[in-house]
Design a protein around this ligand. Structure first.
Ligand code: C2E
Ligand code: MG
Ligand code: MG
Ligand code: MG
Length: 281
């Protein structure tokens, strides 16, 4: 009887193992498939950029447009950036995708300037790009090729860019900033770094992550954190954008606290260029 139980356990163990292996194999097939489909989207220029306005909280004026990449894998079916950006970072596909994206953002800004001459465009960068030798030259050349000036561009980076090789990253940030581009830190407050590293960074703007904004009305602790960030930023001469503003109440409170800019569904969701043009009008 013991013998039977043992062989049953073994059999089940084997079955479990092969079930697990089958799952891993299937996931790998799906990953390869997704990667191939993303490559096709890059090659056939089927990626898109949506734009979300960034608004001056005092005047209500739109000061910038953040470019957000979109990948429509099938008609009406979008893969979220939270899924394809990390994938593209591991495969290296983020490099050609971002090169396309940056050029498109420059081209689209030219279109937007007809409606709003002092608009900036904000582009998200990934750490992979920051480690490339010719990255600075490429960005500056693309801006020039589109008859724009460096001051019309803002580069957004997350704390992860600084974690890999912060010396190199800070040096590169300095180069960009000396060339006139604005530098912003994105998703501020969600990374591992502390407030103290802010003084080491050549920064124009800091974007407070949505996590601290969403409950700012109901949670005094979140309001306190935002107040703290604003106080430090003011001392360091860094302007602040609040991300993920969804209600009028949040916009009003943030304006009262002295936050410079806001972004979020309350003002507008990210939208295609044509819609953004109407929004500006
Ligand atoms: P992010 O740069 O922090 O962009 C803001 C994200 O918050 C966007 O998500 C936007 O749609 C969303 N959002 C804006 N307002 C609200 C709001 O009021 N409520 C809520 N719930 N969400 C709001 P999205 O477009 O899905 O992008 C996610 C992230 O993917 C971006 O976060 C950015 O880190 C990354 N990403 C997007 N496009 C690019 C790109 O071209 N290159 C790189 N490297 N990363 C990108
Ligand atoms: Mg961003
Ligand atoms: Mg963000
Ligand atoms: Mg975010």
């Amino acid at each position: 009887q013991a013998d039977t139980a043992m062989s049953m356990a073994k059999r089940q163990g084997r079955n479990h193992l092969s079930f697990y292996q089958a799952q891993v194999a299937q996931k790998q097939r799906l990953d390869v498939n997704l990667r191939n489909q993303f490559q096709q989207a890059i090659d056939q220029e089927r990626l898109e950029l949506f734009y979300q306005p960034i608004v001056d909280l005092q005047s209500g004026k739109v000061v910038a447009a953040e470019a957000l990449m979109r990948w429509q894998i099938h008609e009406g079916e979008f893969v979220p950036p939270a899924k394809f950006i990390p994938m593209a970072e591991t495969t290296g596909q983020i490099i050609p995708a971002s090169q396309w994206g940056f050029a498109r953002a420059c081209k689209d800004l030219q279109t937007m300037l007809a409606k709003q001459p002092d608009l900036q465009v904000c582009v998200n960068l990934s750490a992979v790009q920051f480690s490339r030798a010719d990255f600075f030259e490429q960005i500056v050349a693309t801006i020039k090729a589109h008859d724009l000036t460096n001051t019309q561009i803002e580069l957004e980076l997350t704390e992860s860019v600084l974690m890999d090789d912060s010396e190199h990253a800070i040096a590169l940030m300095n180069r960009f900033r000396q060339a006139g581009l604005s530098m912003a830190i994105d998703d501020f407050g969600t990374g591992f770094s502390s407030l103290s590293y802010l003084k080491k960074l050549p920064l124009d703007k800091l974007k407070i992550d949505r996590a601290f904004i969403q409950d700012i009305i109901s949670k005094p602790s979140d309001e306190a954190i935002v107040r703290g960030i604003l106080a430090v930023a003011r001392q360091l001469n860094i302007e602040v954008v609040a991300e993920g503003i969804e209600t009028k109440e949040q916009a009003v409170r943030l304006a009262e606290l002295g936050c410079n800019y806001g972004q979020g569904f309350y003002f507008a969701k990210p939208m295609p260029l044509a819609e953004f043009m109407e929004f500006l009008a």
